[in-house]
Write a protein of this length. Structure first.
Length: 95
């Protein structure tokens, strides 16, 4: 495994960490009531639903980049939100 800048990350598999975080996010959102999805986050102007759509956009961008076709910078912050606006909350979580 390549050297890391942060010693506490040495020996950790980033893919295992991402899977663990995805489980935490899924568990958190599945426990929300409908009204809880619209509560604000620490990101000014963004609610919980916006944040989840943004995270889905990051996944889209990562997959596209790994496939050699990165998405435009505006995709993750703008297009990902509007592209998923029509989805019900559980559909957004499963998207």
């Amino acid at each position: 495994m390549p050297a890391v800048d942060e010693p506490e990350l040495a020996g950790l598999n980033p893919f295992d960490l991402m899977v663990g975080e995805a489980v935490r996010i899924d568990t958190f959102y599945r426990a929300l009531d409908e009204s809880d999805w619209r509560l604000p986050t620490r990101c000014a102007g963004w609610n919980r639903r916006d944040l989840l759509a943004h995270l889905a956009g990051v996944e889209d961008d990562t997959a596209a980049g790994l496939a050699g076709a990165p998405l435009p910078p505006s995709y993750v912050s703008e297009v990902a939100l509007t592209r998923r606006a029509h989805l019900r909350n559980t559909e957004l979580l499963d998207a």
